[in-house]
Design a protein. Structure first.
Length: 425
């Protein structure tokens, strides 16, 4: 039954009883007495209803379940339903408050800074880490615009451009922070800060160590390789010593030499003390030279073609030769004899593009995202056979970063790979 009827049916019954009582009084005591009794009874009913309406109005001003008044008649059901609704609401509020307290405690323990803002960037809440990172105060700055609290021009540009898919690196309060804004709901945004100061310091120590160690190793290794070549050229050596021991030592020495050169190249590309020196790059001359080197490395084992249909660009010729050369060399190393390699420079809608397509062994999808990591090997045993250093694609990535370009890789295991470097217009 409709709950509203539970209220109106008893009221209708009471009104019916009043009318019947008034009619009976009029029959026995006259019409005037009947009307007086009926009016008096109606007045009592109205006063009772007004009393409960007054009590309900007062309770609505301060709706606490303990203060809900008792009812009479249909009001008993009304007040009991309100009591259940209020108790459920209080229980939900208590649960929500507990979850909010737990959330804030968890956010307070995070090593990353978290600040919640509305759609116009007014600060609503931040955890203690965000206070330390950005110099904010959850009590003092609440309700203030974040761009008035963080006045770094790079941060303001980041807000204006709205490119929140990429993080922003800021130097704030002698700390290096990675900052990113994450929109959520319709009218909220989360500002997340991550302190990378120690990571950068450790990374700098690693780069310095690799650079210093490589410099220190290059000279003695050059001497050792030189003496090995002299020993290999001696006419009185027996065939076992020449083709067995010395040849293997020379090959491994050359491999170490290549590794050290690649580490020095990578360290130089990462260094802020080695800015990019741009010049007009003659793409045709560069790629034709790479083609000759590729044919010499292949030794006739592959079919290598070159197509050039794009403009010259500004950049560093030596760095681009290193990057392009690594891609071409990898294609030769990982393409079986009789395979095809196609080198192309073309103009696309998004800018010039250099691509190397091969019919080699291909790469499984789970490896593609990690190919540009230092020393990452898809197949360690095959890498030893091809004499790779594991740094080629890392060098390619850093050269492209310095030129504002990107690397895209498409590959299917057993069918070949395509490496594409895309330059801005």
């Amino acid at each position: 039954m409709n709950p509203q009827l539970l209220f109106w049916i008893p009221a209708a019954l009471r009104l019916t009883i009043v009318l019947l009582g008034a009619a009976a009084a009029g029959y026995f005591f006259g019409v005037t007495a009947g009307l007086a009794i009926g009016l008096l009874a109606l007045l009592v009913l109205v006063i009772v209803q007004l009393k409960y309406l007054y009590l309900l109005s007062g309770w609505l001003d301060h709706p606490e379940s303990e203060k809900l008044p008792d009812g009479w008649g249909a009001w008993t059901d009304v007040f009991s339903r309100l009591y259940r609704l209020r108790r459920d609401d209080e229980r939900n509020r208590k649960d929500l408050s507990e979850w909010l307290t737990r959330f804030r405690q968890a956010m307070s323990l995070l090593p990353d800074g978290v600040a919640i803002m509305d759609d116009v960037l007014f600060l609503e809440w931040c955890n203690p880490t965000a206070e330390r990172h950005l110099g904010l105060s959850n009590t003092r700055d609440k309700g203030m615009r974040v761009t008035n609290l963080i006045r770094d021009p790079a941060f303001i540009d980041y807000i204006i451009l709205g490119r929140y898919d990429q993080p922003l690196t800021l130097n704030v309060r002698d700390r290096k922070l990675v900052v990113q804004i994450i929109p959520f709901e319709n009218r909220r945004q989360i500002l997340v800060t991550h302190d990378v100061t120690e990571t950068e310091r450790i990374d700098m120590m690693r780069r310095d160590f690799i650079a210093n160690a490589s410099h220190e190793l290059r000279t003695p290794l050059t001497v050792i390789n030189g003496f090995l070549e002299i020993a290999y050229a001696q006419p009185d050596l027996d065939q076992t010593t020449r083709m067995g021991h010395l040849k293997l030592m020379i090959e491994q020495g050359q491999r170490m030499q290549n590794l050290i050169e690649d580490m020095l190249t990578l360290t130089r590309l990462e260094s802020i003390d080695y800015p990019l020196r741009k010049e007009q790059v003659n793409i045709r001359n560069l790629l034709e030279q790479l083609l000759r080197e590729a044919e010499a490395l292949s030794g006739g084992r592959h079919t290598i073609t070159l197509a050039i249909d794009g403009p010259d660009i500004e950049g560093n010729t030596d760095e681009l030769r290193s990057a392009f050369g690594n891609l071409v060399t990898n294609a030769i190393r990982y393409t079986p004899e009789g395979g095809q390699i196609h080198i192309q420079w073309s103009q696309t809608e998004n800018g010039p593009q250099f691509s190397v397509q091969d019919s080699g062994i291909g790469i499984r999808a789970e490896h593609i995202a990690r190919l540009t990591e230092r020393f990452y090997r898809v197949d360690k045993s095959r890498s030893r056979e091809t004499q790779g250093t594991g740094l080629g694609l890392a060098i390619v990535k850093h050269v492209l970063l310095r030129h504002g370009a990107t690397l895209a890789i498409e590959s299917e295991e057993g069918k070949g790979s395509t490496f594409m470097t895309r330059f801005p217009i």
